[in-house]
Design a protein around this ligand. Sequence first.
Ligand code: CTP
Length: 437
Amino acid sequence: MPRLANSVHHYDIRVSDNDHWTATGLVNGKSILLIIGGGIAAYKSLELIRRARERGARVRAVLTPAAQQFVTPLAVSTLCEEKAFTELFDLKDETEIGHIRLSRDADIIIIAPATANLLARMANGLADDLATSVLLAANKPILAAPAMNWQMWENPATRRNLARLRADGLHFTGPAEGAMACNEWGVGRMAEPAEILDAAEGILNAEAGPLKGAHVLITAGPTHEPIDPVRYIANRSSGKQGYAIAAAAAALGARVTLVSGPVALAPPANVRLVRVESARQMLEAVEAALPAEIGIFTAAVADWRAADEHAQKIKKLGKAKAPTLTLAENPDILRTVARRASQRPPLVIGFAAETENIVDYAKKKLAAKGCDWIVANDVSAEIGVMGGDDNQVLLVTNDGAEGWPAMGKDEVAEKLMQRAAAFLRDKRSGLAAAAAE
Ligand code: CTP
């Protein structure tokens, strides 16, 4: 339901008065092509230009006809210190630069604000003005910062267009929930300029990352095994380590599929999230996501499920008659994938939670599961790994065991993915060398 905002909103246009810009950040030296759509959030595009230039980026901007109702080409070109582009059929522009070169010259294209109309035109491949022609001709990553009324955002037509654009590889940042220009409240406010630039930097980083082009498949979280429609068997896994690995893999440029059991975590950016509940659903989702170059199995999959799932809620039958739960073994997802005859990922990594004899048990697990690496950790209560933010692991391979110092789960994720990227690189160059012989 819409909530009416209870006060008048003052849109705060903060244009920095610091004229001695110091270039910092990953967009430093990069060229951004900014497409400004026609919505009230267009005023924030001016601040976006300032912030991008502070970080050392060159910014060229294209304004749609509707955008020019909100900000003027003069204001935009003054901040860019470049001509602002508005017309598709401007012959002078076509001889000087042309709409194809506009997109070719950029390292990244940012659409801010990305209105419902602009997204709809893009989703359908239209090229009926300069902005959409540039976007259709683009060969660079595109980041869209949607901004629209909450009801337009929720409209099934917009949802369809977003799904299509996501499948086409478009990146998104926002929108956020908050007060809207129309005096309503909801999801549809454009992300802040700093967030948009952070997202752009993440994308540029990934473009140059060592896992660019690789598909990384990750399982995370617990599984819930239904007993009846209201009860289930679960465990205390938070999913944090798997989510951190997914984020680290995406940051290194991988295409990531994260198959997650029920957790209370926000999905990492630029990751395809497949939500499942039970172990059997998790296995199905994992197999459907193959092939992958790397499979990482962090999920705390329930070893057993209720042998008979009751269709109706089990009723109490009096004190003497507590029901008996019969368990059946769940499929071992890691083992199934590691032992596949076809589509086995070249690198399969399992996790092992132990409370004693860690290296010994991990080595046995490596052999029993048929995986390449095991990341083993001590989950005894005094270490506090389960649900915590830190982890202390041992990387166990066929070559031996290597202890890593205690560090954050984010750092474990980053180190593991760097290792995995190096492994893939060596494997690829080994294959290339063998082929050349
Ligand atoms: N795993 C899985 N599917 C299962 C069980 C486990 O994919 N049904 C994966 C986990 O994601 C993890 C590894 O296997 O990568 C853990 O193996 P497991 O044998 O379950 O180890 P523990 O949980 O430590 O159990 P135990 O020591 O009791 O064998």
